[in-house]
Design a binder for this molecule. Structure first.
Ligand code: COA
Length: 261
């Protein structure tokens, strides 16, 4: 992987096609300052073009936090137009993660608050430890979520629950997050990376183009410029022209495991 050594706030570790990206500011609860956002943007541009990376796990450094939000110390002196640029930029970076055609799992190891909850929600799948806590506490600061949280939380848990979490600023524990559908799985802390890798390995054993098309088709559901059903027809058609599908169907008929590239 290019340039991992040059990051100040991210640590990248590539193992058998799985890149673990750790946000590394444990003394600040891994809060998203300008550098973290810049480096995440750069990293996802690299991930897109690096054939050695097949899938990604994002996690936080230390035992307390995944990410406790945007870095509040950078908020002072920001006016309306800078705030709007900041939100648009954060949204754009998280959209790159959401639209990544390589699967991305958030391994939530602690507080996922504000921008941290938003980052986890931009990932395709969320696996949390029993100690993880979720929330959009921006109202405590006289703010609202700005990195896509008002939209993705509503998509994930529905309008009523999303409004409750964002209007109250309350935190939701891992059990609650599982009940609400905010996370896919809850596991013991010591199993977090193991379980995240296990699920990612299962996904990576499937046809990568089919997996990418699933992501694209589901994304179309939330893209107001697209008709998801039409996109599904197109993507379904694309599968039939692929060597990957030839291999999958042939392997089934020959009663063997498919070998996808
Ligand atoms: N931005 C900047 N710094 C943050 C931060 C954030 N979002 N969240 C935590 N930190 C810093 C604290 O200021 C503190 O720094 P210091 O040691 O230099 O004083 C350090 O991280 C540890 O945090 P602390 O509050 O002492 O830990 P805690 O265990 O008592 O509480 C939290 C943990 C996550 C509940 C608490 O830090 C918190 O509420 N953070 C803000 C969450 C938030 O509002 N996020 C949305 C931002 S828009």
């Amino acid at each position: 992987m290019n340039n991992w050594g040059s990051y100040q706030t991210l640590v990248g570790q590539l193992e058998e096609g799985i890149l673990i990206v750790t946000i590394n500011r444990p003394d600040k609860m891994n809060a998203l300052n300008k550098t973290v956002l810049e480096e995440l943007e750069h990293a996802f541009a690299q991930i897109k073009i690096d054939a050695a990376v097949k899938g990604v796990i994002i996690t936080g450094s230390g035992e307390k936090a995944f990410v406790a939000g945007a870095d509040i110390s950078e908020f002072k002196g920001i006016d309306k137009s800078i705030a709007m640029e900041m939100a648009a930029r954060g949204q754009r970076i998280f959209e790159h993660i959401e639209k990544s055609t390589k699967p991305v799992i958030a391994a939530v190891n602690g507080f996922a608050l504000g921008g941290g909850c938003e980052l986890a929600m931009a990932c395709h799948i969320r696996i949390a430890t029993e100690q993880a806590k979720f929330g959009q506490p921006e109202v405590n600061l006289g703010l609202i979520p700005g990195y896509g949280g008002t939209q993705r939380l509503t998509q994930l848990v529905g309008r009523g629950k999303a409004l409750e979490l964002m209007m109250s600023g309350n935190m939701l524990d891992a059990t609650g997050a599982l009940q609400w559908g905010l996370v896919n799985q809850v596991v013991a802390a010591e199993k977090l990376l193991e379980e995240s890798k296990k699920l990612l390995q299962t996904i990576l054993s499937k046809g990568p183009q089919a997996v990418a098309r699933v992501i694209e088709a589901v994304e179309a559901c939330f893209d107001k410029t697209k008709n998801g059903y039409t996109e599904e027809v197109r993507l379904f058609g694309d599968c039939f022209g692929s060597a990957e599908m030839q291999e999958g169907v042939t392997a089934f008929l020959e009663k063997r495991k498919p070998k996808f590239n």
